[in-house]
Design a protein. Structure first.
Ligand SMILES: Cc1ncc(C[n+]2csc(CCOP(=O)(O)OP(=O)(O)O)c2C)c(N)n1
Ligand SMILES: [Mg+2]
Length: 277
């Protein structure tokens, strides 16, 4: 079965989002070969050009409000931990409007994957600067060049608790597919920043010659942070991964609230048991 939907694709020709969609579909196919079921994949997205991936890939999920994609994904995961939850965000959606939601999902080590489409701009709303816009970049809201220091998404996410942190590139489908497979297989909060040009604002040439591959994985969080801080912003690879207890297991062990839902009386009984002095 294909992933096609009936939605008309309105991404600009040449947009990096096409590469992200292809790599994601490849990753799902690869994971299906490893035994994961298509119906257990659930996607969510925020609002923006990136978010339209929700309309263009035939999987179940929630198309949420701007910046709320991670909290929707968290809700799905803790309701039914058996699902593979993947959420898509833009740089504006996830590190601007939705910054707190992104950080808290990482802090909790929710067992889900966040794919952050980094085009360095609010593309859908036609070119305002974002949390990741490079200094000096000129657009309609920054006609004299952006003068704020962008976040370093990689070191930020390592710092706040993501247990798998990587950067990849929409122009390297093989690298992105492989990174997506590893991120989805990782138990815990996995974060992939994906570099992607948005056609009205960037050119592929700005990326092609600058992409560098990370040559080694780090052995500790401190080392990963050091590498992430010093790396060129076009360095791609897995910066950090660690095994850490995931949120839903800390919260209620192996319980699956959807599959093992309790009656009201049983719930009250359990609550009273906990509250007993
Ligand atoms: C609460 C709220 N604020 C603002 C908007 C307007 N808005 C829609 S998309 C967007 C920016 C999207 O930028 P980004 O997340 O980087 O996605 P891209 O379009 O670049 O893929 C904004 C500000 C909105 N829909 N809701
Ligand atoms: Mg953007």
């Amino acid at each position: 079965m294909g992933f096609e939907t009936n939605a008309e694709i309105t991404w600009c020709p040449g947009c990096g989002n096409y590469g992200i969609r292809t790599a994601f579909q490849n990753a799902v196919l690869e994971l299906e070969k490893k035994g994961l079921k298509r119906e257990d994949f659930i996607i969510s997205s925020g609002i923006g050009c990136h978010a339209k991936i929700f309309d263009y890939v035939n999987l179940s999920g929630i198309y949420g409000l701007h910046g709320r994609n991670s909290s929707n994904a968290e809700g799905v995961k803790i309701a039914n931990p058996d699902l593979n939850v993947i959420t898509f965000s833009g740089d504006g959606n996830g590190l601007g409007e939705g910054l707190a939601h992104t950080i808290y999902a990482a802090k909790r080590n929710q067992d889900m994957t966040l794919v952050l489409h980094n085009n360095g701009v609010y593309a859908l709303t036609t070119g305002q600067f974002s949390s990741l816009t490079a200094p000096g970049w000129k657009g309609p809201s920054t006609p004299r060049g952006s003068f704020e220091i962008p976040f370093n998404a990689i070191s930020l996410l390592i710092e706040v608790g993501a247990s798998f942190v990587a950067r990849s590139y929409a122009g390297d489908i093989k690298h992105l597919t492989g990174t997506l497979v590893k991120a989805i297989e990782h138990k815990g909060f996995s974060f992939i920043e994906v570099l992607q040009p948005a056609m009205p604002y960037h050119k592929w040439e700005e990326y092609k010659d600058k992409i560098e591959y990370l040559d080694r994985e780090s052995n500790s969080k401190e080392e990963a942070l050091k590498i992430a801080r010093n790396a060129h912003r076009f360095t791609i690879g897995i910066f950090y991964q660690e095994p850490r207890e995931v949120y839903h297991e800390s919260l209620y062990g192996s319980l699956n609230p959807v599959k093992e839902s309790l009656s009201r009386n049983k719930r009250l009984e359990k609550i009273n048991e906990i509250l007993k002095p």
